[in-house]
Design a protein around this ligand. Structure first.
Ligand code: SF4
Length: 180
């Protein structure tokens, strides 16, 4: 069906008992929170017939999701710093041979909160005009330090949403098998 999202524009996955979809264009993740959305993505992958949804429902959902499949437009002349990558830790619960991450001495080490705070302040000072900021948790395995992530999320929301009325999105680079 031509009015469905292209199969290669998203990737569905589960975490815990929830289902999500990752959009490669915008690098965003959306929770699939209703049976209708679940049926829609199943339809997009060609595993179901269109009898399960009406044409207008399909068109409406596709229209609302199209924006997530497209990289955000950036003015080419004006460099912006509205995305921040925090290297939370060099530690990881895995030991992939090709990777710099450590399963031993670095595993408990985590970025000091003061560094995260300063980095967020720098991003906001460098680009005060942006309406949306993104904070990307990188590692190692960032989910080894969930309390750090929670603290940064709360601080960023206070600074960006609470004080400035802007939006903030969070991304996590994870191996998805961290149980801590
Ligand atoms: S950070 Fe990723 S690639 Fe590196 S050891 Fe952990 S799981 Fe493997």
């Amino acid at each position: 069906m031509s009015n469905l999202l292209k199969q290669n524009s998203f990737y569905r996955f589960s975490f815990g008992n929830k289902k999500y979809v990752f959009f490669s264009g915008s690098q965003r993740i959306l929770e699939i929170s209703s049976p209708l959305m679940d049926a829609y993505f199943t339809l997009c992958t060609g595993n179901e017939t269109s009898d399960t949804m009406s044409g207008s429902e399909i068109a409406q959902i596709t229209a609302s999701l199209n924006v997530l499949c497209t990289p955000p437009e950036r003015p080419s002349t004006e460099p912006r710093q509205d995305m921040l990558t925090l290297n939370v830790t060099h530690g990881c619960n895995m030991a992939c041979k090709y990777c710099f991450a450590s399963t031993t001495q670095d595993r408990k080490e985590v970025m000091p909160m003061s560094v995260a705070q300063k980095a967020i302040e720098n991003m906001l000072e460098a680009n005060p005009a942006s309406n949306q900021y993104t904070i990307y948790f990188f590692g190692g395995e960032p989910l080894l330090h969930k309390s750090f992530l929670h603290e940064v999320v709360a601080m960023a929301k206070e600074e960006i949403v609470g004080k400035r009325g802007k939006k903030v999105a969070f991304l996590v680079n994870t191996n998805m098998i961290c149980k801590q």
